[in-house]
Design a protein around this ligand. Structure first.
Ligand code: PGA
Length: 249
């Protein structure tokens, strides 16, 4: 089954380092059946256009401003990344929600801005360890979906990928089990069905993220409940990332 394999570089690598990464990636993923996306820092996007433009690898950013333009010093707009050929943008990552205090209202506004500018959104949702231990994970994720997707039209969901990333699994080496992932994917589809329609629930793309590496990618990606993976740390290793991207699942 064709999967969506997304790399999230976070705040790692320089544009020059990314140039050689992208050159290797473009060569090594030739013929891969999966859809491959890399999301490096903003400063790398013109390099991405130069090296990956015209290749089969898509690229995107890790954030955008909710605003279209104006007096927002230090911010980057949807139009700017679109102009550099970005297809995707990661929104609502737990590092932005946690460290930069982005709430669901802001994430919702950013999603609308991204979609209005023709970008595809990778919306991250997922619970903390505390929420999981208090058996509130499903309710928490449901509420995130309700709030984040408020006012989005059903036809726009084609451009939305839901990334289930339990916070306790990000960068910790602890991944959710396949049974956890399947259960949460079912909850996500159910919530999409309630908010939109059964058809939307069936068609929504769901990926899992959190400590995916060479030891566990096969098991996770062969889970039919999900459509792909969001990979942080391991995506920085071009050999590991291309291996994962090339595999048939
Ligand atoms: P990780 O990060 O693969 O390093 O756990 C995933 C993410 O935060 O997207």
């Amino acid at each position: 089954m064709k999967k969506l394999i997304i790399g999230n570089f976070k705040m790692n690598t320089t544009p020059s380092e990314f140039k050689s990464y992208a050159m290797t990636l473009a060569t090594k993923v030739k013929g891969a059946k999966n859809t491959v996306v890399v999301c490096p820092p903003f400063t790398h996007l013109s390099v991405a256009r130069e090296i990956l433009g015209g290749s089969k690898v898509f690229y995107g950013a890790q954030n955008i401003s909710a605003e279209e333009n104006g007096a927002f010093t230090g911010e980057i707009s949807a139009k700017m990344i679109k102009d550099l050929g970005a297809t995707y943008v990661i929104l609502g990552h737990s590092e932005r929600r946690g460290q930069f205090k982005e709430n669901d209202k802001l994430v919702n506004k950013k999603i609308k801005t991204a979609l209005a500018n023709g970008l595809k959104v990778i919306l991250c949702v997922g619970e903390s360890l505390q929420t999981r231990e208090s058996k509130q994970a499903q309710n928490f994720v449901r509420k995130q979906l309700d709030d984040d997707l408020k006012g989005i039209y059903e036809n726009e969901l084609e451009s939305v990928v839901i990334a289930y990333e339990p916070i306790w699994a990000i960068g910790t080496g602890k991944t959710a089990t396949n049974s956890d992932i399947t259960k949460m994917a079912e909850i996500i589809r159910k919530e999409i069905e309630l908010q939109f329609s059964p058809k939307a629930a069936q068609n929504i793309t769901i990926v899992y993220g959190g400590s995916i590496g060479l030891k566990n990618y096969k098991k996770i990606l062969s889970n039919a409940a999900i459509n792909g993976a969001l990979i942080g740390g391991t995506s920085l290793d071009v050999d590991a990332f291309t291996l994962i991207a090339r595999e048939n699942y």
